[in-house]
Design a binder for this molecule. Sequence first.
Ligand code: HEC
Ligand code: HEC
Ligand code: HEC
Ligand code: HEC
Ligand code: HEC
Length: 179
Amino acid sequence: MPPLPKFLKNPLVWLGALLLLGALAGGAYVGIQAVQAAPPQPFPYVHSVHLQSGIQCIYCHPGVLRGKSAGLPTLQKCQGCHNNIDPAGKPALEAWADYASKNKTIEWVPVAIQPDFVYFNHNPHIAAGLNCEQCHGDVSKMTVAQSQGDQNMGWCLSCHTRQAPEKQVKLTDCATCHK
Ligand code: HEC
Ligand code: HEC
Ligand code: HEC
Ligand code: HEC
Ligand code: HEC
């Protein structure tokens, strides 16, 4: 074995390297957590099952075509289908039938939400041909919606600055996103 370079014989160098590795691993862990975190919901809704049965996103989130808020389905909207689905013998369906019989409303916990001082509207994004997955991840594989990490000003701008040059002035203007 060739002799170690002199500085590697210093225990402080090894300690430093270990701390650095630890910090990197810790950072990766926090990063993975941030992407996968989903807040606890009042009921463990399952996106994948509904999307496999061919239901469209806009059926439950019709606001994406109109304005700022995509909207989350009310308990009545769920029951529009589930009143006609026999839950017998299927534990997940029975659990929902039980919940629906005991509650009149359901308050879903927001996952992808911007502060009030940010102006966002789904409409121009859908009109420009973006699909839901580009911003919300592959929801068809999710149960409840998973947070996609920090969707901050840098995130918006990283996409806006990739659009056609003649659109840059508008898309990077402070007043476009802060009314
Ligand atoms: C360009 C990125 C982008 C695309 C594309 C996009 N969204 Fe969003 N979505 C957002 C942002 C940003 C928010 C947070 C808006 C806010 O808080 O004002 C959001 C919020 C939501 C919410 C929460 C709404 C609420 O009322 O609480 C739902 C549901 C949603 N989007 C569904 C969809 C669906 C379905 C599609 C595809 C048809 C879609 N989004 C496409 C960025 C996007
Ligand atoms: C457009 C019709 C429709 C709507 C609206 C709908 N569902 Fe469903 N749901 C279905 C169908 C179809 C299935 C699959 C039934 C089966 O397994 O036989 C299903 C399955 C389920 C299951 C079982 C999931 C599993 O793991 O097997 C639950 C729980 C559920 N829905 C809850 C909800 C909730 C909560 C809402 C409202 C947010 C809702 N559904 C809205 C049609 C609908
Ligand atoms: C049958 C109804 C139904 C369908 C269809 C559906 N969703 Fe949802 N969605 C929900 C419910 C209920 C919630 C609230 C619970 C949760 O966060 O998962 C939700 C939450 C979300 C959220 C998080 C919103 C927030 O509060 O910030 C996003 C993003 C989302 N859905 C995207 C989609 C996309 C994209 C599709 C199509 C690929 C889709 N959904 C199809 C019922 C539905
Ligand atoms: C994945 C790419 C992408 C992301 C991420 C994104 N946007 Fe956009 N945004 C677009 C595109 C494309 C347009 C439409 C440009 C056009 O064709 O006019 C647009 C248009 C807009 C408009 C309308 C501008 C006008 O002409 O009036 C607003 C407001 C806006 N975005 C805000 C936001 C905010 C706020 C965020 C972050 C929370 C965001 N966008 C994230 C791609 C994106
Ligand atoms: C494409 C959309 C977009 C544009 C353009 C934009 N912002 Fe923002 N800005 C955001 C979003 C989203 C947030 C909130 C998320 C965050 O904390 O970064 C934000 C947050 C901020 C904040 C609060 C920062 C904090 O840490 O809480 C300030 C201040 C701000 N923006 C100023 C500006 C100024 C000044 C400009 C013009 C040079 C500008 N923004 C352009 C989307 C935008």
